[in-house]
Every structure is written in C-alpha cells, then in structure tokens.
Design a protein around this ligand. Structure first.
Ligand code: HEC
Length: 135
C-alpha cells in the first residue's frame, strides 16, 4: 500500500516536470503575447538568434554583442564584466528565464543599451525570447 503510494507520487511528479518542460510557462506566454500586441507582427527565432550573435558598433566598446557576457551559445554559462557567472539564457537550461516582467524589462533595458546603444524594440525582445524558448 505504502509502496504504491510512493510510486504514484513519483510518477505524478515526473509527469508534472515533463508537462512544465513542454507546455511552456504561463508568465512567459503572457510576456510574449503582450510584446506581440506592441510589435504587431509574428516573432522569429531566426531573427532572435541573429540579434544574440551579431556584433554591433552603437554601444559600449567592450560589449559589442549579447554574447560578450552571455557566452557564444544559449547553453553556455556567461560571465559579467566583473567575472560573476550568468546562468545560461536557454530556457531548457534555466527554466525560469523570461517569466518575471520586471526582470525582463530591467535587463533588456540595460543590455540593449550597452550593446546597441539604444533600447530594443518589442519586436526584437519577442524574437529574442522566442529563440531562447526553443533552445
Ligand atoms: C555587460 C554584460 C551583458 C551583456 C553585454 C548582455 N547581458 Fe543580458 N544579462 C546580463 C546580466 C548580468 C543579467 C542578469 C543575470 C541573470 O539573469 O542571470 C542579464 C539578463 C538578461 C535578461 C533577463 C533574462 C531573464 O531571466 O528574464 C535578458 C532578457 C537579457 N539579459 C538580454 C540580453 C540581450 C538581448 C543582450 C544583447 C543585446 C544582452 N542581454 C547582453 C549581462 C549582460
């Protein structure tokens, strides 16, 4: 009896984890749908990848790219200029990425300014999150 209960519990837990990995996250979905309303178009993971990997000249000299801090791949652990490690940007590696609107807005604000020398548009933010959600 007790054993059956434990097995059922473990199975339910495993299922809920699998569901969370596949079904996306309601907070992230809401952030994306709000961005989509602002952008007025569809998001592209391809454009998000280009934004992540491109080198820009409008921002600070020591951070020409998102990869300057976040590492060359969404799966890698990044590093701040001060040497503090940054969890991977890929949702498959860091499950709570892009689920807190204040955090998302704060860091897009800071980082787009450092790299591009301007704020990112709703389109760019949505493309970026769409790309990272598939990584
Ligand atoms: C100067 C270093 C640096 C650069 C360059 C940088 N970032 Fe970041 N980024 C950080 C740090 C530090 C954090 C906060 C720590 C964390 O979220 O793990 C962060 C967090 C973020 C977040 C919040 C993620 C979340 O969990 O909600 C987003 C979005 C983001 N960065 C986007 C970008 C984009 C887009 C670029 C390129 C245009 C970029 N970053 C370039 C350092 C950087």
């Amino acid at each position: 009896m007790k054993k059956t209960f434990v097995i059922a519990f473990v199975a339910a837990f495993a299922l809920s984890l699998a569901g969370a990995a596949q079904a996306g996250n309601p907070s992230r979905d809401k952030i994306l749908s709000d961005l989509k309303a602002q952008a007025g178009g569809d998001f592209s993971a391809q454009r998000g990848q280009t934004l992540f990997q491109s080198k820009f000249t409008g921002g600070k000299e020591d951070t020409p790219s998102c990869t300057s801090c976040h590492g060359n791949s969404p799966q890698t652990i990044g590093q701040t200029r001060a040497g503090k490690s940054i969890d991977p940007m890929a949702v498959s590696r860091t499950a709570d990425r892009y689920t807190d609107i204040e955090k998302v807005e704060k860091w897009f604000g800071r980082n787009c300014n450092s790299v591009l020398g301007r704020a990112c548009t709703a389109q760019e933010k949505g493309d970026f999150i769409t790309f990272m959600s598939q990584q």
